[in-house]
Design a protein around this ligand. Structure first.
Ligand SMILES: Nc1ncnc2c1ncn2[C@@H]1O[C@H](COP(=O)(O)OP(=O)(O)OP(=O)(O)O)[C@@H](O)[C@H]1O
Ligand SMILES: [Mg+2]
Length: 269
């Protein structure tokens, strides 16, 4: 059911949207250089949901930001589709660990923000922002300010904002890390619904192995010190998945396998 099995559905048949070829990162600083990530080679196909899991400091954010073109690899390349270039800002949305909403703007105007940055039509963007707020179940919160929302609501607004310009790819860096378990499960289901319905390709960083298995078509397991892609695990559980899938033997097996992989790597010299 797991590793090396062919995932079901169309996702694995999509075109390659990101081609990662020997991409590595060494940060240079005054105190010396830090190898964050050893060369990674893989690809991401249209419509796939991929999670990056691994211990703190193993290079998950580094890999995600390199895929989004926010930082450049020290070696290797990451190219978008058939262009041979890195991804353009209009092609992706990025959800950070903290919602990072602007406190002086209303929720509606926060969600419409990418229109200002990308120079899109304002009226159309506002219209779309309203529709997206309804999609993330925040209808009625348009004129509120971020401080008036709960943490989970703010994170939903941040997801709506990342979808504003209808990007094909969503990069999400531990978007639910600060939330309580119940809110997190609600948002997991919400994210599955949106990504499936809108055919998004998602790269999702999490510390939580169960969250990764619940949501993903494939899980990239990274080891620490310096980061290395240890294995890619296929998750072939059928979709849509409900929270009850967590009790299934396939789910439990996948979680145990990834946990063993990461623990084994942690104990290696
Ligand atoms: N701008 C930077 N300058 C120097 N070193 C950095 C920089 N950003 C990250 N690093 C180092 O690179 C390594 C990987 O960092 P990264 O943020 O990618 O890890 P991570 O897996 O996302 O960790 P976490 O789960 O804690 O968010 C770490 O050792 C970190 O200290
Ligand atoms: Mg990180």
């Amino acid at each position: 059911m797991l590793q090396s099995a062919q995932a079901d559905g169309a996702s694995r048949n999509g075109n390659v949207v990101l081609r990662i070829q020997g991409a590595a990162k060494t940060y240079a600083s005054q105190s010396g250089s830090c190898t964050a990530l050893l060369p990674v080679t893989s690809e991401v196909r249209a419509g796939e949901f991929i999670s990056l899991v691994g211990p703190s400091g193993c290079g998950k954010t580094t890999l995600l930001k390199m895929c989004a073109g926010l930082i450049t690899p020290s070696a290797g390349t990451i190219t978008f589709g058939e262009t041979g270039k890195s991804i353009a800002p209009g092609e992706f949305g990025f959800v950070f660990q903290a919602p990072a909403l602007l406190p002086w703007r209303t929720v509606l105007s926060n969600v419409a923000l990418p229109a200002d940055i990308l120079g899109l039509d304002k009226a159309a963007a506002t219209e779309r922002a309203r529709a997206l707020l309804a999609t993330v179940r925040l209808a009625g919160a348009e004129e509120k300010y971020p401080r008036e929302l709960s943490g989970g609501m703010q994170q939903r607004a941040a997801i709506a904002r990342a979808l504003l310009h209808d990007p094909d790819i969503l990069f999400m860096d531990e978007p639910f890390g600060a939330l309580d378990a119940m809110t997190r499960e609600d948002l997991n289901m919400e994210l599955q619904r949106i990504s499936q319905k809108q055919h998004k390709t998602v790269l999702f960083v999490t510390h939580d192995i169960e969250e990764a298995v619940l949501l993903s078509d494939r899980v990239f397991a990274l080891s620490a010190g310096p980061g290395r892609l240890v294995e890619t695990i296929d998750i072939t559980l059928s979709r849509p998945r409900s929270l009850s899938v967590k009790a299934s033997p396939e789910f439990t097996r996948a979680v145990a396998r990834i946990r063993a992989l990461l623990n084994r790597e942690e104990t290696l010299p």
